[in-house]
Ligand binder design. Structure first.
Ligand SMILES: C[S@@+](CC[C@H](N)C(=O)[O-])C[C@H]1O[C@@H](n2cnc3c(N)ncnc32)[C@H](O)[C@@H]1O
Length: 197
C-alpha cells in the first residue's frame, strides 16, 4: 500500500544479499544474513558511492556494514545514545572505521550539534521510536540542519504488532508535517517506510 504526501514516488531497487560464516569446529555453515527490515531499509535508501549517510539509532552496526559495502569515497556516520551499542558497532565495522569510511558517535539525536558534521545526502533510522511516540520537534530540527539541500530523511518501522502500523503512520506524518517535512509513506508487509524532505 502506498500513501502519497506531496512527494514523488521514490525508487526502491531490488536487492538481495547473503553471507555465511564457517565454524570449522562444528563443520556447519551458519547464516549471518542481516534481518529483512535492515536489508529492505538499505535497499530503499539507494546508496551511491559518493553519498554522505547518517544513521540514527544504528544499534550494533548491522546496517552500517551494508551501507559501507556500497560506499566508495562517501562516508557513513552512525549515532546511538547507547555506548554499548556504539562499542559493538565499532567492533563490527572496525575495517571501515580504520579506512575512514565509517564513524560512530555516542549521542542522543536531540543533543547532536549539526555544526560538527558536513551535510548528509541521506539520514535514516530503523525502529527508532522517538519520531512517532512524540512530536520530536527538536530531533527533526536537528535532522533538517544535518541534511544537505535536496537530502532525504528515511524512517523505517517494523512493529511487533502490524495492527499498529496505521496509527504509527498517522503520527509520523503529523509530526513530519509539523516540522515542515513533506513525506510519503509505503507499507510492505510488516515494514512501514517513510521518506521525507
Ligand atoms: C530498536 S533499536 C534498533 C537498532 C537498529 N536500528 C535495528 O533496527 O536493528 C533502537 C536503537 O535506537 C537507539 N535510540 C533510540 N532513541 C534514540 C535517540 N533519540 N538518539 C539516538 N539513538 C537512539 C537505541 O539506543 C537503540 O540502539
Amino acid at each position: 500500500m502506498i500513501v502519497k504526501h506531496r512527494l514523488p514516488v521514490s525508487r526502491i531497487p531490488e536487492w538481495s544479499f547473503r553471507r555465511t560464516r564457517q565454524f570449522p569446529a562444528e563443520g556447519v555453515a551458519v547464516s549471518t544474513r542481516p534481518p529483512q527490515r535492515l536489508r529492505s531499509a538499505v535497499a530503499a535508501i539507494d546508496v551511491r558511492p559518493t553519498d554522505r549517510i547518517l544513521e540514527i539509532g544504528c544499534g550494533r552496526g548491522v546496517a552500517a556494514t551494508m551501507v559501507c559495502e556500497r560506499l566508495g569515497t562517501g562516508r557513513y556516520v552512525g549515532v546511538d545514545r547507547s555506548a554499548t551499542a556504539i562499542t559493538a558497532a565499532t567492533t563490527r565495522n572496525v575495517e571501515s572505521v580504520a579506512a575512514g569510511t565509517a564513524r560512530f558517535v555516542t549521542a542522543a539525536l536531540g543533543e547532536l550539534d549539526p555544526a560538527e558534521f558536513d551535510p548528509f545526502d541521506t539520514v535514516f533510522a530503523v525502529d527508532v521510536n522517538v519520531f512517532w511516540v512524540r512530536p520530536a520537534a527538536v530531533e527533526l530540527a536537528v535532522i533538517r540542519r544535518l541534511l544537505s539541500p535536496g537530502g532525504r530523511l528515511h524512517l523505517f518501522f517494523e512493529p511487533p504488532d502490524p495492527a499498529r502500523i496505521d496509527a504509527m503512520r498517522d503520527a509520523l506524518v503529523d509530526h513530519l508535517t509539523s516540522a515542515d517535512f513533506a513525506s510519503q509513506t509505503t507499507t510492505t508487509g510488516r515494514l512501514l517506510a517513510v521518506v521525507a524532505q
